[in-house]
Design a protein around this ligand. Structure first.
Ligand SMILES: Nc1nc2c(ncn2[C@@H]2O[C@H](COP(=O)(O)OP(=O)(O)OP(=O)(O)O)[C@@H](O)[C@H]2O)c(=O)[nH]1
Ligand SMILES: [Mg+2]
Length: 419
């Protein structure tokens, strides 16, 4: 991934504001009717204070660089006259029915005619007049160009400290780990992509997590991505932002976790199982003396729970992965493909039932012995161990049989869709 450093020697704390008057010639597309190359798409909810400045900055970029471009304002319910301001300044307003940042952008992109789409907040926190590097990177063949505030500059007061030092680094770090992408600033609001890439991303979320989903899908689909360092300015509005740190932070985080079962479920599940197995084997047949402490049947019980829990997590992770494969999210892992290639409902049921039966043998042997001895009290030290082992195997076997049916359902779902 390349990074284009477009930073000037020193960036002022205010973006340059051009002075196009209201009622200026329309920027809803090239006047000569030729194909639109670039669509600036601005999500807007009650941005009457700042929208005109953003449109003027985009116009500056268009005029100075002779772009065949249009400006689209995606609005879904402003009540402060933003729509009229957008039209007065020559932008095309797209009225979106559904609420939410993601919905507004989806509506805006659907209506945009450009080959390239540049999105950015309508609150003057980004300088659209400096958007040329995004177009240049797309022209040079990239599918997605992300702005990076962290590699560029954040004007003092432009980003709350909890976003700068907690939210953005933590979420971007997890994003890089989960989705194997070197993108430094997952949540930068200024970014660009080709319309074809946008369609391939097949984004679905309706709220602020739309911003994360775009990057995740771009990474999962193996699109060519690059970054452009940019400056984040203080926004120009007098009211608080729409973004609510904790609510939207959680929406970003939970969506990321959902989209990456390998890190959130499969690997933790496997680790838990291995831990449980290791401890379980150590105390399965006799107590274990360790540093003056004796680990006995209670430890075996805890190990049993750890194994069962780990297995449950692993199975849910595999189901989530199968679901993701079904939705064609990301290139399937070779290993997973091989595992799935071996799986059939019958094999799953036979394997699960066998484990179940072995467990049942343990329990049945104990039960028969107990009945033969007149159902009296049992000596814990001799009977609890096989009982725990037997019940664990019964649990694991039953889970395997049940999940085999569940996995089979995914295969049916796949077969229904036309090839
Ligand atoms: N149409 C529409 N636009 C929205 C909605 N929510 C936010 N926006 C716009 O999306 C842009 C980003 O919203 P902000 O409130 O600035 O959120 P943010 O930039 O992520 O958060 P801050 O960094 O705290 O400003 C702005 O242009 C908003 O007007 C929405 O529900 N509908
Ligand atoms: Mg903003």
């Amino acid at each position: 991934m390349n990074v284009t450093d477009t930073r000037p020697e020193s960036v002022p704390d205010e973006p340059p504001r051009s002075g196009q008057p209201a009622g200026a010639p329309a920027t809803a597309g090239p006047a000569d009717g030729s194909a639109v190359e670039v669509s600036f798409v601005m999500p807007c909810l009650n941005e009457a204070e700042t929208l005109a400045g953003c449109i003027q900055a985009a116009r500056k970029c268009i005029e100075e660089n002779d772009l065949r471009a249009e400006i689209v304002v995606a609005d879904n319910g402003s009540t402060d006259g933003s729509q009229a301001i957008a039209e007065q300044h020559g932008a095309r307003v797209v009225h979106v029915q559904e609420k939410g940042y993601g919905c507004a952008l989806m509506g805006g992109f659907a209506a945009a005619r450009g080959k390239y789409l540049i999105m950015g907040d309508a609150d003057l926190s980004y300088d659209f007049s400096a958007a040329l590097p995004f177009v240049e990177q797309l022209r040079s063949g990239y599918d997605v160009v992300m702005g990076s505030r962290l590699k560029g500059r954040i004007v003092p007061g432009a980003m709350p400290w909890k976003h700068r030092w907690i939210g953005n680094p933590v979420l971007s770090g997890l994003g890089r780990l989960f989705f194997k992408t070197p993108i430094s600033d997952f949540h930068c609001g200024l970014r660009a992509f080709t319309k074809a890439a946008y369609q391939r991303m097949d984004v679905r979320t309706t709220g602020m997590e739309f911003a994360s989903e775009l990057v995740m899908k771009a990474a999962l689909r193996g699109l060519r991505m690059t970054e452009v360092p940019i400056t984040l300015y203080r926004d120009g509005r007098s009211r608080p932002p729409h973004l609510r740190s904790w609510r939207d932070g959680w929406r970003h985080l939970s969506f990321m976790m959902l989209m990456c079962p390998r890190w959130t479920l499969i690997i933790p599940g496997l680790l838990l199982m291995m831990l449980g197995l290791l401890i379980g084997l150590a105390v399965a047949f006799r107590p274990l003396g360790l540093a003056g402490v004796t680990l006995d049947v209670h430890t075996l019980l805890a190990a049993s729970l750890t194994i069962t829990l780990g297995y449950q997590i692993l199975l849910v992770g595999l189901a989530a992965r199968l679901y993701a494969l079904d939705l064609e999210l990301g290139p399937p892992r070779e290993l997973l493909q091989r595992v799935l290639g071996v799986f059939t409902l019958e094999r799953g049921v036979v394997a699960g039932a066998s484990v179940f039966l072995v467990g049942l043998l343990f329990v049945a042997y104990l039960t028969v012995g107990w009945v033969v001895r007149g159902c009296g009290p049992l000596p814990i030290e001799r009977t609890l161990r096989p009982m725990v082992i037997g019940s664990t195997l019964i649990g694991l076997g039953a889970q395997t049989v049940l999940m085999s049916f569940f996995f089979r359902m995914f295969a049916l779902q796949k077969r229904r869709s036309p090839v």
